[in-house]
Design a protein around this ligand. Sequence first.
Ligand code: AMP
Length: 183
Amino acid sequence: MTTMPQPDVADRFAHARSLVRDVPDFPKAGIVFKDITPLLASPRAFHSLLDGLAEPFIGEGIDAVVGIEARGFIFGAALAARLNASFVPARKPGKLPAAVDRVEYETEYSTAALEMHTGSLREGARTLIVDDVLATGGTAVAAASLVERQGAVVHALAFALELTFLGGRGRVGALPVVSLLRY
Ligand code: AMP
């Protein structure tokens, strides 16, 4: 009989957490960057996070998943497929070819903007916003305002990681937030 890895019922995400690498001073001095590439390289770790992120939304009638460039695409597209929902990219400026809606915002380490093709979401669409990391929440708030500008409804926001000490959850206001690995 072959030995199968057993699910870790004490902390089902412990394996995934062990594969998040801290990279100090990236992209600039003082930032500890949470590098998820070792986690993505592990099929088991990635699968467990996708399961954890999808579970709260199964049967919730999610119409669209908005993934935030770039690492939000990795989780967002896989989640959209699991939830039978559309995938809509929220991209950095100048990447989308057709007419866009645009929002500018501050991040932990820069000023930025997000764009979404105009008319990507239908009126009233129940939308899940997905990114890899919730830090200060600026990016998430910008994505939420893009969704609302298109007449859609933000059902919730989902993140693989949350840097709780940066207070992003407070910044997104009353919107429900799901995160799996909290720091
Ligand atoms: P924020 O708008 O501050 O919540 O920042 C969230 C965005 O910045 C996400 O798209 C993350 O990918 C990225 N980000 C911010 N801080 C970090 C960090 N310490 N490690 C990895 N990614 C981060």
